[in-house]
Design a binder for this molecule. Structure first.
Ligand code: DOR
Ligand code: ZN
Length: 343
């Protein structure tokens, strides 16, 4: 069996920098035409100048002959000014701002401490049609880690949609029924990305037979009922939901540690993993909208023109891949996948 799609895009991706960037970028460029590049480097990418320089480093790290466009983002901080938003919009290379609540996840120390500190920047983003991408989790230590998404929606995101009805907002890596319901109830400028790992795993994966650091990500995996809701949303054909892997490479020793980093690496087999989800849901005919159309439409970018073909053909995921001077453990390492990209 084969399935040919318009070339897809990844609307949420971490590729890091330096030698790590060189190790991972080929996986994404092999299957995706474009990807939204997250700005949570250390230090974060907060200015247009930094993003354009990062973009050049990504282009330089691509394998020869690859036809891949990085779509850059800026890291929103308490100090982002309307002028910085204007400069980003004028650059044409910067496609969104990413909002990390301070302390929510990997390299988020420079994030927003109080949403009201960003109101002037958000006014400018709304005026320039610049999307706001949100890591929607409260950092309040009093809130249970499994509740952080829906509490953030109640406390911050819902009020924000009323204050900025024209602002394009993406609830990144939605993980809960509450998140899906919130997106469904919103206007056409509110959308969500969905990762392959939140579609394929529930929270039991972190504890199956022992503690599994490679199944730890943020937002943390949720219970099975939420996973089923995500599958329904992704396979529904509703253009508010589109593909964003959140593939997040970390060196093996940073994951297998007394305090392991959050992140699951899926770039080695992203489309193959999503294809399995859509096949199991009887919705392979809806994969193209989710992977190749709705995200571009939301961002106001043209859909891609090339195509990619998947075939039903078993292969085994390698136990690890190089990451700079170390290795990373990919999702489903050593396991058999049934879909593969036809070369
Ligand atoms: O699991 C995650 N990893 N979640 C994030 O929000 C950040 C990401 C990373 O950069 O490693
Ligand atoms: Zn991310």
């Amino acid at each position: 069996m084969e399935l040919t799609l318009t070339r897809p895009d990844d609307w949420h991706l971490h590729v890091r920098d330096g030698v790590d960037l060189g190790s991972v970028i080929a996986h994404t460029a092999q299957q995706f035409a474009r990807a939204i590049i997250m700005p949570n480097l250390k230090p974060p990418v907060t200015t247009t100048g930094q993003a354009l320089a990062y973009r050049e480093r990504i282009l330089a790290a691509l394998p020869q002959g690859s036809d891949f466009t990085p779509l850059m983002t800026l890291y929103l901080t308490d100090n982002t000014t309307p002028d910085m938003v204007m400069e980003a919009a004028a650059s044409k290379a910067i496609h969104a701002f990413k909002l990390y609540p301070a302390g929510a996840t990997t390299h988020s120390d420079a994030g927003v401490t109080d949403i009201s500190n960003t109101f002037a920047a958000l006014d400018a983003m709304q005026a320039h049609g610049m999307p706001l991408l949100v890591h929607a989790e409260v950092t309040d230590a009093a809130v249970d880690v499994f509740d952080r998404e829906h509490v953030y929606i109640d406390r911050v995101l819902e009020p924000l949609t009323h204050r900025y009805p024209e602002l394009k907002i993406v609830l990144e890596h939605v993980t809960t029924q509450d998140g899906v319901d919130f997106v469904l109830a919103g206007n056409a400028r509110l959308a969500a990305t969905i990762t392959a790992h939140h579609l394929l795993l529930n929270r039991n994966a972190m504890f199956s037979g022992g503690l599994r650091p490679h199944a730890y990500c943020l937002p943390v995996l949720k219970r099975e009922t939420h996973r089923r809701t995500l599958i329904k949303a992704a396979t529904s054909g509703n253009p508010k939901f589109f593909l964003g892997t959140d593939s997040a490479p970390h060196a093996r020793e940073r994951k297998e540690s007394g305090c392991g980093c959050a992140g699951i690496y899926t770039a080695h087999a992203a489309l193959e993993l999503y294809a399995q989800v859509f096949e199991d849901a009887g919705a392979l005919n809806r994969l193209e909208g989710f992977a190749s159309q709705y995200g571009a439409d939301f961002y106001g970018l043209p859909r891609n023109t090339g195509s990619i073909t998947l075939e039903k053909n078993d292969w085994t995921v390698p136990e690890n891949y190089p990451l700079g001077n170390s290795t990373l453990i990919p999702m489903h390492a050593g396991q058999t996948l049934h879909w593969r990209i036809k070369q």
